[in-house]
Structures are given as C-alpha cells and as structure tokens.
Design a protein around this ligand. Structure first.
Ligand code: HAM
Length: 425
C-alpha cells in the first residue's frame, strides 16, 4: 500500500455535524448582514506580501513570525492572507469604492497564520468579518458590535461571552503615552518577562496584554492611556458606551486591551469566553481611521471586526447549543416498500421539495422491507413517508412519526402535504 498523504499540520477538514453547523453559521451571518444592508465583498486569498507588512505593522507577531510567504513562478513575493481587513482596504482603494462614499461590506473565508496549533488555534482558520468606510462616528462602532451580539443570540451563545472594550485614542495621544510607558518599562526592565523586554523598544503597547502574571502585576502601577486622551477621543468612547447601553449590550472596559495588529485607533473590542481554554477570543475588531491613507488612499475612516469561525463553532458545541435538527441526517425520509412504488415516491418527494425547505431524503438501493425500515430509522428523520403496495393501489400514502409519540396515518396522495404539515406541528 502506498503511504497516506495527510492534511497540512494545523489545517482541518470539516465534515458531518461540524460542516452542518458551519452551514448554519454561514446562513445566520449572511442574514444578519443583509438585515443591516451590508454588501458582500470577495477578495483574493493571495496578496502582495507588502500589503500586510504595511497594513498590520512590521513589528507584529503576524507579520514577523506567522505569515505564509512565497515567491510565485514569476518571482513576485506573495503571502497567504493572515486576515481580511488589509485586502478589503486594498480592494476598496483599487476599485474606487472609498472616496467620498459610505461602504458597508462583509466577507468570509480562510486565513493563514503559522502559529503553534492547539485547540481553537489553527494554521488555516476561517473568519467572517465586516468593514465600514466613510463613517467616523461612534454610532457605527455600536452598530457593528450590535450585529455580533445579534449573531451570538441567534446561535445561543450570548450568555457565554463577554464584550471587552477599550479606546486607543489617536496616534498623537498614543505617542505621548508611549513615551511615558517606555520610561516606566525601562525603570522596571528586570521585572519584565523576556517577551515583554523585547517589546519595550519595538512595540511597547503590546506589553500591556502580556500573558505573564509577573508582568501583569507590575502593570498595575503603569501609566494608563486614558490619562492621555484628548476631549474628542473621550467623547467618542463615552458615546460608544452610551450607545451600547441603549442597545442593551453589556460590556467590560479593559484598559489593557490593545489587540495584535497595529492599524487600530480609538475603539477596540473583543468578545471573549471562558469556555474554550487559552484561545478564548471568538471575535475582535475596532476602528482604523488611518489605514486607508496609509495604504495610499484618501483619508477615510474605517471600522470593522472579524470572528473566528472554528472558535465560534467550538463554543456552540461547548455550550450544548447544537440545534436538534442538525443532529439528524434528514427531516423527512421517504420510501416505497417495494420497487413498484419507486416512481410514485419520487414524484411525492418532488412535490414536498417544491413546497418546503426541509431536508427530504429518499431511499436509494431498494432491499428487503426490513432493511428499508432500518435505513429510515438510521436517518434520524422525524417522519417516514411510506408507500406500500396497498397505498400505491389506492392513490394513498402513509405518514409515520419516527420520533416520539404519534400514530401512523394513511391518507390520500391528493393533499398529503397538508397532513404532513399537521403532523409536524
Ligand atoms: P484578529 O483578532 O487577529 O483580528 O482575528 C479575529 C479573530 O480570528 C480572532 O478573534 C479569532 O477568533 C480568530 N483567529 C485569529 N487567529 C486564529 C487562529 N490561528 N486560529 C483560529 N482562529 C483564529 C483580525 O484579523 C482583524 N482583521 C479584525 C478586524 C476587522 N479589525 C477590524 N476589522
């Protein structure tokens, strides 16, 4: 036997229940985006490597350590996208979508980061995201957060997540703060963990969300960015909080939330959970008012978020929220008891499919009555639609509940869809 070729480490196949649940998430997400009048945008998975270095920041983990970079046959340096925002901004500029316009866009697809794989952290993972351009006010920040909260509610996981919120101010405010923070970190250099020591000069704000308890303890005495914010940034943050209150969305202000990508200003947020272990952030986002200009466009405010599909699916499962109907292969199973009824049962299936979006399975492959019944039962369907020789002769059909209580009934084929609908109530 030849040696098996396996999937790349950190990259997974989705099938069975997982794929069904993913399909449900896809539909729920698209429905919410439509409800808020957002338009889909699809961008390439591969982009010039420079796009990400410029957008995300040279001294971020993503750009320094995690990108899949390669040269194509023409010698062009390309990268598999590690996130969606940079590509959407590039597309917006290139297609003339941003200047003096308001754009509300959404996307979904695979992203690639060469991280150490563990539960909830993959090298190929999937995001669903949204980006809004041309609106600088806090009301849009609220709208985006409200959309994510609506999705969590629909998936049954809202009670299992926490919204963490912070403001990073504007770049001049951050610069002044950065100087003070660096002075503080230098004064306490020996007490920092090694990772944080490396960041003091390159990306000191990232020290704030260090995982080291020793560094975190030290930071209680560090200067806070909020003390460096100007009136406009404070007003933006206050209006954001008031808007969330109005929308009935609970949040926790976390002054140490800084995010791992460099393009943010003002609003940043994350939805986190304690049910997934170390990889507890299911969604992150924020405002990036300087990014369009940084990538060569005209100054245009931007704000958005992205959720991690795999983590959301894990959370739905962890909280026992997989919908019952996804646990069966079909909702309705239809079969004739002998080959003579095949054509009729297919005609009836056609009628049902034309009138409902239930999952309707028809028996394939024939077999004895016993083996047919076994297949019907294994499908997990709620109702069996049965065509025996008698029913066939009398233009009738039988409906048999397969789960729970209820009697089998035999009715005329004419009008059988109504009887089925009654039975399923
Ligand atoms: P991010 O926080 O890097 O933000 O990623 C967003 C989400 O993607 C994370 O919260 C997490 O759920 C998921 N994720 C990230 N890395 C992995 C991984 N290795 N395995 C599994 N899931 C992962 C962004 O990417 C920004 N582009 C979000 C954004 C949009 N900000 C503004 N607009």
């Amino acid at each position: 036997m030849s040696k098996l070729i396996k999937a790349v480490r950190g990259m997974y196949d989705s099938h069975g229940m997982d794929a069904r649940l993913w399909g449900r998430l896809d539909r729920a997400y698209a429905t919410i985006m439509q409800r808020y009048a957002y338009d889909a945008v699809r961008t390439p998975i591969v982009e010039p490597v420079g796009l990400f270095a410029r957008a995300i920041g040279e001294v971020t983990d993503v750009v320094e350590k995690e990108m899949y970079v390669f040269e194509d046959r023409g010698g062009e340096k390309l990268a598999l996208r590690p996130e969606g925002t940079a590509g959407v901004v590039r597309a917006g500029i290139e297609n003339g979508l941003l200047y003096n316009q308001i754009q509300k866009l959404w996307y979904a697809g695979p992203m690639y980061r060469y991280e150490r794989p563990q539960k909830g952290r993959n090298r190929q993972f999937h995001q669903m995201g949204a980006e809004v351009f041309g609106l600088g006010g806090p009301d849009v920040d609220v709208e985006l957060i409200e959309m994510t909260a609506e999705l969590w509610r629909e998936l049954g996981i809202l009670d299992g997540v926490t919204l963490e919120l912070n403001t990073l101010g504007q770049s001049d405010e951050r610069r002044a703060y950065r100087d003070e923070l660096v002075a503080f970190l230098r004064a306490n250099f020996d007490a920092l963990d090694a990772d944080s020591q490396n960041r003091v000069d390159t990306n000191p704000l990232r020290v704030l969300d260090s995982k080291s308890p020793q560094t975190q303890a030290l930071l209680t005495d560090a200067p806070t960015l909020h003390d460096f914010l100007g009136g406009e940034s404070i007003a933006h943050f206050e209006a954001l909080k008031a808007g969330l209150d109005d929308a009935g969305i609970a949040f926790r202000v976390n002054p140490r939330l800084v995010r791992g990508l460099d393009y943010y200003n003002r609003t940043v947020f994350e939805w986190t959970t304690e049910h997934l272990g170390a990889q507890g952030t299911i969604c992150g986002g924020g405002r990036y008012d300087g990014l369009v200009e940084q990538l060569g466009g005209k100054p245009t405010p931007g704000v958005g978020f992205a959720l991690g599909v795999e983590r959301v699916l894990l959370l739905v499962e962890a909280l026992g929220q997989i919908p019952a109907d996804l646990q069966r292969d079909a909702d309705v199973f239809m079969m004739a008891t002998s080959d003579a009824g095949e054509a009729t049962i297919r005609r009836l299936a056609r009628e049902l499919r034309a009138h409902s979006d239930q999952r309707v399975a028809v028996l394939h492959g024939g077999g004895s009555f016993k083996s047919r019944m076994k297949k019907a039962d294994r499908s997990g369907a709620r109702v069996l639609v049965l065509l025996g020789d008698d029913e066939q002769a009398n233009a009738q059909v039988s409906l048999k509940p397969l789960r729970g209580q209820g009697e089998q009934i035999t009715i005329a084929q004419d009008g059988w869809l109504n009887a089925l609908a009654d039975m399923e109530q």
